[in-house]
Design a binder for this molecule. Structure first.
Ligand code: NAP
Length: 458
């Protein structure tokens, strides 16, 4: 894929970028290594000061950044602004908490291991390579960079090829904030050149957020180099609705959970699994609310749903829906691409999706919801867990026992009860099954890229 900003609202190429040469990539890796030698011996308080300066820069640049996000990937502008503020909050969270999360853990009774003192410390490991997607061009990157730099590591970013201007903003952010130059830089390279960087002995660990095939290929290379990886991959999250749920609220939240960011979120609710007693009422309300969404120019403050970020993404979604409809799925809302410029897809609700249809198991990365009828709570759980993914889940019920039963039995990295899944700096984020390995955010996220060093003293 060419490294270029192509406006998804118009389909026009705004700007193209030359990939970095091999010499430039080498220069940046060397710089990251030198920055690591300096950063690793700084104190938490110093890193926190720089991290807060980075957060201040984001907030100062909010309008420029929001415009870039909306231009490059089509997110409605209010959401783009919110992403900037959330990113700043994430950086401040780690500025405030890194020292506590990485505090030494002494053994209470060192004599049991024959020592006068023993325990563990979290040490940095070096350069971490981050391969990131376009769907939250700032937040995905900064939720990695904040903890990585606070731990004393340095980072190299290979961002998605369709968000180069966001990548270039991030290239200078941490230099500007005061970190040793090279602590966090961008490599403008295509996916095909990731392998060379990942195999570089100075790169000690890596993380990829993106699709499952990319994750599998990346992890197999990292595995052959014995390097630790974190993978944040796709999802097809269930949104389970039981008879005691508040249907008006559940359907309003369902619409947001599926369609925010133009439906392109890994943790979007994608499969709506509804108990038979309330199925008709749920689908009626849900389809009506989806049909009422304002689709249009993402720079218009009143737009709910903008274009899909890439033409190939829009075409893929159209093919998935066509396949389901051909095989007998019922269209309750939308169901086609509108006849207009840009890579739009009308927000869609499909019922009667069966295992022969692609949408039954594939992730729909756009505003397409599928609704399933469940005969009982056990049947709802079977449908919810009947996927290769396991990122997050949402369950709607007013029954406390039912809540706990689903929390215990859903095979997912998170369960949100009577609310939609969202990422919070304070809570770990990540999946099970084919949705990934490892965790981001919270204490777990900063510890992923540390050397948990055991210390024993006679
Ligand atoms: P993608 O094609 O996998 O791209 C993601 C990143 O990986 C891009 O930087 C891409 O570079 C790079 N890449 C692609 N193939 C690669 C390979 N073989 N080796 C190394 N790097 C490679 O993903 P996408 O379709 O743009 O993004 C959407 C996917 O990301 C969805 O499945 C979504 O669910 C998932 N996602 C997951 C999370 C999470 O936290 N779990 C968050 C957001 C998105 P190029 O752009 O140059 O190809």
């Amino acid at each position: 894929m060419a490294i270029a900003t192509i406006n998804p609202y118009t389909g026009k190429t705004e700007q193209t970028f030359e990939a970095h040469s091999e010499e430039e990539v080498e220069r940046r890796i060397t710089q990251a290594q030198n920055a690591y030698e300096s950063l690793r011996s700084t104190r938490f308080a110093q890193r926190a000061e720089w991290m807060r300066a980075a957060a201040d820069l984001l907030e100062r640049d909010v309008e420029e950044l929001a415009r870039l996000i909306t231009l490059e990937m089509g997110r409605p502008i209010a959401g783009s602004r919110a992403e900037v503020f959330k990113s700043a909050k994430g950086l401040r969270f780690y500025a405030d908490h890194a020292a506590e999360f990485l505090a030494p853990e002494p053994l209470a009774d060192p004599a049991t291991v024959g020592a006068s003192a023993a325990g563990t410390r979290y040490a940095p490991i070096g350069i971490v390579l981050a391969v990131m997607p376009w769907n939250y061009p700032l937040w995905q990157v900064l939720r990695f960079a904040g903890p990585a730099l606070m731990a004393g590591n340095t980072g190299l970013l290979k961002h998605a090829s369709n968000v180069p201007q966001s990548a270039l903003y991030l290239d200078t952010l941490f230099d500007r904030a005061g970190f040793p130059i090279g602590s966090f830089h961008t490599l403008l390279i295509p996916a095909a050149r990731v392998e060379g960087v990942l195999r570089d002995p100075r790169v000690k660990a890596a993380t990829l957020t993106g699709s499952e095939p990319a994750g599998r290929s990346f992890a197999s290379i990292a595995g052959s180099e014995v390097k630790h990886v974190v993978l944040e991959l796709g999802g097809s999250d269930p949104f389970v609705v039981l008879p005691s749920a508040d249907l008006d609220r559940a359907t309003t939240v369902a619409v947001t959970a599926r369609n925010q960011n133009n439906g392109q979120s890994c943790i979007a609710a994608k499969r709506f699994i509804v108990h038979t007693d309330i199925y008709d009422e749920f689908t009626r309300l849900f389809a009506a609310k989806v049909a009422a969404l304002q689709v249009g120019d993402p720079f218009d403050e009143t737009t709910d749903v903008g274009p899909i970020a890439t033409k190939s993404g829009r075409d893929e979604l159209a093919e998935q829906v066509a396949d389901a409809v051909e095989k007998g799925a019922e269209v309750l809302a939308g169901g086609s691409a509108p006849d207009r410029d840009g890579w739009f897809y009308t927000p869609t609700v499909l019922a009667g999706v069966t295992p022969e249809m692609r949408l039954y198991l594939e992730e729909a990365f756009g505003p397409v919801a599928t609704v399933y009828r469940a005969e009982s709570r056990e049947d709802a759980l079977r449908l919810a867990n009947g996927t290769t993914f396991g990122l997050s889940s949402s369950v709607w019920t007013a029954d406390a026992d039912e809540e706990e039963w689903f929390v215990d039995h859903l095979d997912a990295g998170a369960v949100f009860v009577n609310g939609m899944t969202a990422s919070h700096p304070e809570l770990p984020f990540g999946g099970v099954k084919d949705s990934g390995v490892g965790r981001e955010l919270a204490a777990a996220g900063i510890r992923e890229f540390c050397n948990l060093k055991t210390v024993w003293k006679a």
